[in-house]
Design a protein around this ligand. Structure first.
Ligand code: 9MR
Length: 367
């Protein structure tokens, strides 16, 4: 009798645990694709159990939001600071989460020294290639075998489909992309390598990404995937967005949703990209939800995320990972961009570290 009761109790506990686990994104999507979050160092080092719990339970992949960027990890030519990046890698390993390295070559968040010689003059092409090689070899080499894949080149294309005139492009020429992929592969032959960009629903950009994939392959370079950042808005054209997933997949690469967020705030102009240099002066009328998100807006957001996740699930065979760009609404870069000082609600986890109502809806879709 006593044994029966014990057995019943055990069975009951097991089912409670499994129902509970099913209710996290990590568990619900485990056979579909990785579910990731970009984390900052404050969250990684936090002793607050609420923060550690949500990181571990809801996500199967992590990406450092800032601390692997050249500015942070390589502030001077002969000075490296791996402490924060190491901490993130350690946490992800402990939580058995896949880690993406972000990012090796980007026009933003590169320290001043990178492009200047001792006389503060622009470096030569050869020197910039040497510096790029040294940077990539050192960073990728340090985490060899620990990082699933790297955003090797980030945001190299303008919205009109032309190459962005970055210091890498202007000094080295278009082959800087090829070289970056080559150096990353040399440093960790088993790491996956990605091209990452925003506004990937834009047909002009889509075509240039295809050209980049083909050029890399034609030169024998490894490219495993395309990262569609996906800083989306309610007016993102989902038909074009889905077409990009299909187009990249048809080129034989994996697709990754790398920086998903959905702002609920009004946009001060017609551009919905993620160009870091965009900056508008604060206007109170552009910050309408300081006291909380009204029910109708929350519903609009839920409906949009449901539409997005239906697309992701439909293409789960080619989508490897869906990563939110930030852990909670309170930490999102969207509170400060493109206008500083606003209160936005773009992510899956709210300011109290609880999953938002739409999370339950997307979990239902996954089942
Ligand atoms: O979220 C990042 C923010 O904290 C930084 O201040 C910003 C600086 O450029 O970069 C943000 O992350 C960007 C990412 O690295 C690349 N794609 C666009 C993201 C939002 O700007």
């Amino acid at each position: 009798m006593k044994q029966n009761r014990l057995l019943l109790f055990l069975l009951f506990s097991l089912s409670v645990v499994s129902i509970y686990a099913q209710n996290t994104m990590r568990e619900a999507f485990k056979d579909k694709f990785l579910i990731g979050a970009a984390v900052n160092i404050r969250q990684v080092k936090s002793k607050d159990p609420k923060i550690q719990k949500v990181i571990k339970e809801q996500f199967s992949a992590l990406v450092p939001e800032n601390c692997m960027k050249p500015e942070e990890i390589h502030p001077k030519q002969y000075l490296w600071d791996f402490s924060d990046a190491d901490a993130i890698v350690k946490l992800a390993q402990k939580n058995k989460q896949a880690i993406t390295g972000h990012c090796l070559v980007w026009h933003s968040q590169v320290p001043y020294w990178f492009f200047k010689d001792d006389m503060a003059q622009p470096v030569t092409k050869e020197e910039l290639i040497n510096r790029m090689r040294d940077h990539i070899h050192t960073v990728v080499g340090r985490y060899k075998g620990k990082i699933k894949g790297w955003d090797v080149v980030n945001e190299a294309i303008l919205d009109n489909g032309q190459m962005r005139n970055t210091q890498f492009y202007n000094t080295i020429g278009p082959e800087y992309i090829r070289l970056a992929f080559q150096f990353a592969h040399e440093a960790d032959p088993n790491a996956e390598l990605y091209y990452n960009d925003y506004s990937m629903d834009n047909p002009a950009k889509r075509q240039t990404v295809v050209n980049i994939i083909r050029d890399l392959k034609a030169h024998g370079c490894r490219i495993d995937g395309v990262g569609m950042q996906s800083h989306v808005s309610f007016s993102t054209n989902l038909a074009e967005y889905e077409k990009s997933i299909e187009t990249f997949a048809a080129e034989g690469v994996k697709v990754m949703v790398t920086e998903l967020d959905l702002s609920v705030l009004p946009w001060p102009s017609g551009n919905y990209g993620a160009a870091v240099e965009t900056n508008f002066e604060y206007q109170k009328s552009m910050n309408p939800y300081t006291d909380g998100l009204p029910a109708d807006k929350a519903k609009e957001q839920t409906d949009f995320f449901v539409k997005l996740f239906k697309i992701y699930l439909k293409h789960a065979d080619v989508i490897d990972r869906v990563t939110f760009w930030g852990l909670t609404d309170g930490d999102s870069w969207k509170n400060g961009w493109p206008m500083a000082g606003r209160t936005d609600y773009p992510l899956a986890i709210d300011r109290n570290y609880n999953p938002k109502p739409f999370v339950e809806e997307i979990i239902k879709l996954a089942k």
